[in-house]
Design a protein around this ligand. Sequence first.
Ligand code: APR
Length: 313
Amino acid sequence: MTARRNKISVIGAGFVGSTCAHWAAARELGDVVILDINEGAAKGKALDLFQASPVFKFDTQVKGTSNYEDIAGSDVVIITAGMPRKPGMSRDELVGINAKIVKDVCEGVKKYAPESFVIVVCNPMDAMAVYAKKILGFPRERVIGMGGALDSARFRAFMAEELGVSIKDVNAMVIGNHGDAMMPLARLANVAGIPVTELMSKEKLDAIVARTKQAGAEIGGLLKTGSAFYAPAAGSVEMAEAILKDQKRVMSCAVELNGEYGVQGLFVGVPCVLGKNGLEKILPLELNTEEKAEFVKSVAAVQALVDGLKNVQ
Ligand code: APR
């Protein structure tokens, strides 16, 4: 009997892609393929990562390639190929450039990994997910955007730091778009069940909400070239793990809404259950008046990005 190993393909061997490969391999989620148009980068990083495996004892094959045939049979494909934001550049400006790359990539994924679950990471993710789903022609359960997992992690990290408590005990979610109009849900954030609103002043919490919204830009400003990659990769691998291990994790994911939350046909971050069927459930959430107004702004931001896609061939 041969036990089948999971296979995870990461498209893009840049900062985000190679970090995804690193964590997916180190957590032994399955065998990992790194694909990049820059074959040397994909092969070199894969070889390097494989050579680390005896040290940390992860039993994972890692292969680098520029050939889509090598992603055949993938369970999960994480799409990170694309240009990162340059300092001062908005995610929106990336639409035209990255849509061409996403088209290329999705044609390869559709042909060689037609049964895979696809996690879309490249920015502007809200629009790239829509475009990826269109090219792939996969059902919405199998095309999921990574934004909420990252933004929620940032929100939780800042709250844990401020309160001096373990990150393990902070629960919070960021919904909406993956951009300036994202919605850190401060009202529902809690530490081991205690509302965060009871543990810190409104001023402190407001400052954390504002910092969360700008967290990507803060890192980009520090790095000068390129953008964040550890936390984006962590969010991507968290989603892949939830699917591969059928964990039924509840996390904010950008999924195509078909009437849920009053939205039709757009990818917006909402609370989802991720398991072996990909998107298994969208959880309802009663937003208050203020949050509803914010959600409308978030959706409008996604719509504006998607409108930008109309000029893309
Ligand atoms: N097919 C495959 N790989 C491609 C293609 C393509 N058509 N076009 C570009 N790439 C590869 C590049 O060769 C490069 O190795 O994508 C990789 C991108 O890597 P980086 O420039 O390091 O970018 P990174 O920081 O990883 O960000 C990638 O994720 O978080 C988002 O905003 C970020 O959109 C950006 C993406």
